[in-house]
Write a new protein. Structure first.
Length: 556
């Protein structure tokens, strides 16, 4: 595990020996010098392209192994989402139980804590390399022709640090403005500093993130991207909206959420539920995305089984994948599903629990309402996972027309930011200033999903212990709208919530049916021990304490 500390130190230095040709992919594996970049044609542009090109499809944690959760940024969506209550990793072959059920292994001494540290600080180093090679060290004016590259690097670095601050913060910002978050490893940090460095407070983290975003906003002001796989000004606005939401600066969160929405339109019912393009192809609502390509190592080898598609897409016909063939499904929490009205079209993203009471023939017939491949869904849930069908996710689809094509079915795009998130940020931020105005925005949003939506129907008393009825309504919309997109833990921590997994009829697994009235301790991630051991300045988060037994059933 010593390689982690070395990666963090290098992230502070931002230079070193290049392994491989400068015209090819360099991040995470090598660190070009300023002279090498200056002398190699097109090298700077390639470094910039790698900032987003390495988000998905590459084994950055352990390249020599085939770990089912080592496929990049979107894998972290699931590590966070299963920590709460809304995403349930069922089936004996599910590979995300560390973060769901065996939380004791998230302690500092276990290698599982290495995953986010390796990923994030490798990506941050890539940003630092671009910033240095742009001539923008310490926010200096970039060289001519390199402002856009610097702007992209600042935007990406800010996104990573916002993630890290939220994952590692010892307490939510609303509870303690001075709680410690994560380590700052910018392009200026030296190896000596890396060995004697404390974590940033929330305030210091916000200042750093927002400064990066201010410069990104400046340098990307006139940038016109060719696709949605690279951040532009709208994404910078969206990242500012996320940051100000976390900071509870409601006016700024509302301002930037509104700015971010310009030029986008919400996804329609037909687009949302499309059996060809459902959540696999950028559309008018997607602001930022990542993609899996046929040339990615995670697609080319190991039958593509360590990829987003293997984990989340259930309809392939070539005998591979956890969600379809190996018995490792991601399903929705039963109670959350049952709170979705029949008139809300989003309910069709998950198979109704009623099908579990049907015969095989009747269930397969009923599955035709969800999929063109009902027999595959039945086999995946009932026969392969020994779980059933209730809550089975069909939100994410195979690449259009590729369901039977190895492994092109999983060469899909995944959203990293959508206008719907911005609309919900705008509604929450507006409502925290003027509840009537926020409620109006929330109702307008909700009625695009459920024409019969009535305000107040999703404010369960239990969840009202920390936040207002209005915020609970917004949170419910976020839980349903953004399910599986990596926001669950962030929201639980931001709102200082507990979780409920144990209740009558629950579909949560035994030995993981835990209820908490406070923030679960395992959502405050520990740092890999090699960082805390070698960095004499930092304070470590406590190791998570796994509940000794299931909780008594909660009564709704």
């Amino acid at each position: 595990m010593n390689k982690i500390f070395s990666a963090i130190v290098i992230a502070g230095l931002g230079s070193g020996m290049l392994s491989g040709c400068i015209e090819e992919v360099t991040p995470q594996n090598g660190y070009p010098s300023l002279e090498q970049v200056a002398n190699a044609p097109g090298s700077f542009d390639n470094l910039v392209a790698n900032l987003t090109g390495n988000l998905s499809g590459k084994r950055l944690y352990s390249p020599a192994d085939n770990r089912a959760w080592d496929y990049g940024y979107t894998s972290l969506f699931l590590t966070r989402d299963v920590e709460g209550q809304d995403v349930v990793p069922v089936g004996g072959a599910n590979q995300y139980t560390y973060w769901y059920q065996s939380v004791r292994y998230m302690a500092a001494g276990y290698s599982i804590t290495q995953l986010p540290w390796t990923y994030y600080y490798g990506w941050i180093n890539d940003c630092n390399v671009v910033i240095k090679n742009a001539g923008a060290t310490d926010y200096a004016e970039p060289q001519e022709g390199r402002k856009v590259g610097a702007g992209i690097a600042y935007a990406m670095r800010a996104m990573y640090y916002l993630d890290l601050a939220r994952m590692y913060a010892s307490k939510p910002y609303g509870e303690d403005h001075n709680a410690l978050t994560t380590i700052k490893a910018d392009e200026l940090r030296t190896a000596d500093e890396a060995m004697h460095q404390e974590r940033m407070t929330w305030g210091e983290a916000f200042d750093f993130i927002l400064k990066d975003l201010d410069y990104a906003e400046q340098y990307l002001a006139s940038y016109k991207r060719t696709d949605k796989y690279t951040p532009d000004l709208s994404v910078v606005y969206g990242l500012k909206a996320r940051t100000y939401l976390e900071k509870q600066d409601w006016a700024k969160a509302e301002e930037y959420a509104k700015k971010a929405q310009q030029g986008y339109t919400m996804i329609s019912r037909d687009e949302y539920l499309s059996r060809d393009n459902g959540f696999n192809t950028p559309n008018s609502s997607w602001m930022f995305a990542t993609q899996f390509k046929p040339t990615d190592p995670n697609i080319l080898t190991n039958d593509g089984d360590d990829s987003w598609g293997a984990a989340m897409i259930p309809e392939n016909g070539f005998g591979c994948g956890y969600a379809s063939n190996y018995g490792g499904l991601m399903v929705i929490d039963r109670h959350l599903f049952e709170t979705i009205p029949e008139t809300d079209f989003r309910k069709m993203c998950w198979v109704d629990f009623k099908l579990d009471d049907m015969s095989k023939a009747d269930a397969i017939n009923a599955l035709k309402a969800y999929s063109n491949y009902p027999e595959r869904l039945y086999a995946g849930g009932v026969e392969n996972a020994n779980y059933g069908l209730g809550g089975y996710c069909v939100k994410f689809r195979n690449a259009a027309g590729k369901a039977d094509v190895k492994y092109d079915a999983w060469c899909v795009s995944v959203p990293l930011m959508r206008i719907e998130e911005m609309k919900l940020i705008e509604a929450e931020a507006a409502g925290m200033q003027d509840e009537a105005r926020g409620r109006q925005l929330l109702e307008a949003f909700a009625k695009t999903r459920d024409p019969q939506y009535m305000y107040g129907q999703h404010n369960e008393p239990y969840y009202n212990n920390q936040t207002s009825a209005f915020q609970n309504e917004v949170w419910w919309q976020r839980r349903v709208e953004l399910w599986g997109e990596g926001f669950a833990t962030y929201d639980i921590k931001r709102l200082n919530k507990g979780i409920i997994r144990s209740y009558a009829g629950t579909n949560h697994l035994e030995s993981a049916r835990w209820n908490t009235n406070t923030l679960p301790n395992w959502m405050v991630w520990t740092f890999i021990s090699t960082e805390s051991d070698y960095n004499g300045g930092m304070t470590q988060n406590p190791d998570p304490v796994q509940p000794a037994e299931d909780s008594p059933e909660f009564k709704w």
